[in-house]
Ligand binder design. Structure first.
Ligand code: SAM
Length: 300
């Protein structure tokens, strides 16, 4: 059975929305956000240029997470104890997003794959805190992967590989859990990615996902999951939780912006701040899915 719910943020978000409305066409679409270096319709190569640039220009070892974050004092966080992270940094909220995505799934002794691992901070946190047997981080950005291999080389059960979410090099039925956090909006075909997730998951394995999409895409996303062959256990709208975290971390992001060349600052500001998400022009969901022990007869 699918449980659809909305997380209740612990703080009032009514006064943090910007003044523009959801019909404001000046707000950028997801594709617009990625037109920083290349002004093409190919989100995949646009995103690769951005993440390669960030890894090459800012190879800082203490910057390991790149998602918008999550904040919710009331519910999800009680399931996983988020320790050893400085509450005053943006990393704290980014780790909270991972904790919300993993939720009540116990990863201990399991083989975990993260697709779109970025700078590896999510994998490293899972490896240290949730004690999987092994974890593999895959990312399309080759410079990002080089950085991951350098920063996290001391973690024994963690490795990284360059790869494409739509064509994973992993064997069939090889992972207990696949995690995907704020990455799939960069994939030209969500359907191809979901079929790869289904292929590499062991029967009985879990797919844990969170990401944003432009408003109007709700039914598209629902249909993509429904036809993936995966059993949907839970679908939660976490937009307000992510927006709260965005407001908490705004100052950090503005400080980072100052380090970028002037000519790129305006576009990076939109990319970092996602005004569409803050103004209900985009939504952020998380899904918890399972690959059935025997294939589902009908997935439509
Ligand atoms: C917003 S970052 C999130 C990174 C990480 N999950 C985190 O939360 O810190 C999105 C990541 O998805 C990766 N990505 C984009 N397209 C990809 C693809 N086709 N296959 C694998 N990774 C991809 C990007 O290179 C980037 O590292």
């Amino acid at each position: 059975m699918i449980s659809t719910k909305k997380n209740q943020p612990s703080e009032d978000v009514s006064n943090v929305a910007d003044s523009s409305t959801s019909s404001d066409t000046s707000l950028p679409t997801t594709l617009d956000l990625y037109r920083i270096f290349n002004d093409t319709g190919d989100i995949s190569s646009n995103s690769r240029s951005i993440y390669n640039y960030l890894a090459e220009t800012f190879p800082w070892e203490d910057w390991t997470l790149m998602n918008y974050g999550f904040l919710n004092k009331n519910t999800d966080m009680k399931k996983i104890n988020v320790t050893n992270i400085n509450h005053n940094t943006a990393s704290y909220y980014s780790i909270l997003l991972y904790a919300a995505v993993v939720d009540d799934i116990v990863l201990q002794n399991l083989d975990v794959l993260e697709v779109g691992c970025g700078r590896g901070g999510g994998c490293a946190w899972i490896s240290r805190t949730l004690m999987p047997h092994s974890i593999l981080g895959v990312d399309y950005s080759e410079s990002g992967i080089e950085l991951c291999q350098k920063i996290h080389s001391h973690i024994p059960n963690l490795r990284f590989e360059q790869g494409n979410a739509e064509h994973l090099s992993c064997l069939n039925d090889s992972f207990d859990v696949v995690i995907n956090v704020e990455s799939s909006h960069c994939y030209p075909s969500m359907e191809r990615f979901l079929s790869e997730v289904y292929r590499v998951l062991k029967p009985g394995g879990y797919f844990l996902w969170a990401d944003f999409r432009d408003s109007g895409q709700e039914n598209v996303v629902l249909e993509q999951f429904k036809t993936s062959g995966l059993e949907i256990i839970e679908q939660v709208d976490i937009t307000e939780n992510v927006v709260l975290a965005l407001h908490k971390t705004r100052e950090d992001r503005l400080n980072f912006l100052k380090q970028l060349p002037k000519e790129h600052q305006e576009k990076f500001e939109e990319w970092l701040d996602n005004p569409s998400l803050k103004n209900n022009y985009a939504f952020y969901w998380r899904y918890k899915c399972k690959k059935a022990l025997v294939p589902l007869l009908c997935c439509a």
